[in-house]
Ligand binder design. Sequence first.
Ligand SMILES: [Zn+2]
Length: 493
Amino acid sequence: MNRKRRVGIGGIATESCTFSPLNTTIDDFTIWRGDGMQEIYPYLPAWIWRDRDDIAFIPCLKAWATPGGQVTSDAYAEMKAELLERIEAALPLDGFFLDIHGAMSVLGLDDAEGDLATAIRALVGPDCVISAGMDLHGNITEQLVSQVDVFTCYRHAPHIDALETKERAVAHLVHLLDTGIRPHRAFVRIPVMLPGERTSTVVEPGRSVYGRLAESDGVAGVIDPSLWVGYVWADQPRTNAAVVVTGTDVVAISREAERIARRYWDARHDFSFEVPTGDPDWAIDEALKLDQTAVFISDAGDNITAGGAGDSPFMISRLLTRKEFTSGARTAIVAAIPNTEAVRVCIEAGVGSEVTVSIGGMLDPVNGVPLDLRGTVSAIQRDDPEGGDTAVVRCGGIRVAVTSRRKVFFHRSDFEAVGLDVDAHHLTVVKVGYLFPDQRAMASAAFMALSPGAVNLDIPSLPYHRVQRPIYPLDPRTPDPDLAPMCFAPIGG
Ligand SMILES: [Zn+2]
């Protein structure tokens, strides 16, 4: 019997907004090492124990952080060094599953994932098959494509297929190891930069553009067709949409890559927001007109899931200008705004106490100004694994959840844990862009507020200097591009 083949697993994943002054540090990352990584790869034990006793998976290191500002060079250097050290200890490797997001920005680096993949390739050598499983909001470069054998990325936004995608990346890797195939990659840069909020796959044209990737799945010579919307809040040359089709038949993968890129380019004017979207005061007006409870408003300019700091108090200040809310005739939840000091003050004062706390503009002083919030502490929750401690401050009809660490209230249980029932209040303001599945289920209606912030959805208004021009929509008249792919020959012998 042949020796067991050895497959390493690892990566560093986050999404970083270069317009946010809030750097992502080593403390913001959760790091899993060695066997401790099994909890994040629930599908792998099945491969290891049931199906494939001829492959040994060697978990090395996986780091993940909530989207935020750029990663400090120290944090990246530390994680990269440990990952490489663990890979070196695992050598020789026949394969490597590179588990990355694709939109990590590191201070001083234009292409962090390309840098990481290059360092891993140098260590594992040309004979090792590397498979990358990514987020469709990642940004792709020639350097990254030159180092990785096979790519796949999510086909749904919101990412209901996250785990399925990672499993597909591992399946591609095992397929290449079983067959001995080293594939070609056809790469197309598409000069379009649209935010995830305009390219949701829940509505058209995103639904069809992504749905039609399945047509390329069955084509002979194609292993994987992938389309990246990209990540727009990074002022870097790599910021754009992209296609990579991996396969064995250069003609087939080139044709499919160009077809997919053409569909995306042709649809560029049709992408729109999936819910009514506009000025924050307009969104509040429209929500109130409905005269119903559980109406959600996304505070999209400060969307934590896109890298916003989450501590802009802008929406609270708009609600406070309205008598119907200050009087309590109408009620609203704002969840949540991170501020360690404010939470400490609330905990010290206790439930039922009157407090005045300053919130906002601490993490991101560029995009938010501090606001004094005067009210009653109505709930306290301690030691949430993600948000830390939480206090709810009631200010007339407005209930503001303040967390000691950045946390998105994705689930009903997040609200219930601090005594908030979205069905009992007219409005619920959340720090996201598009609503996530549980939020959609809770919402009786939804609006998106084009609020100011580091992840402002008015893309042409952002101060880009380094993206490749022309690009739509910064240059509305971007000429019809040449979408013929750049083809990369198989890596190795
Ligand atoms: Zn994403």
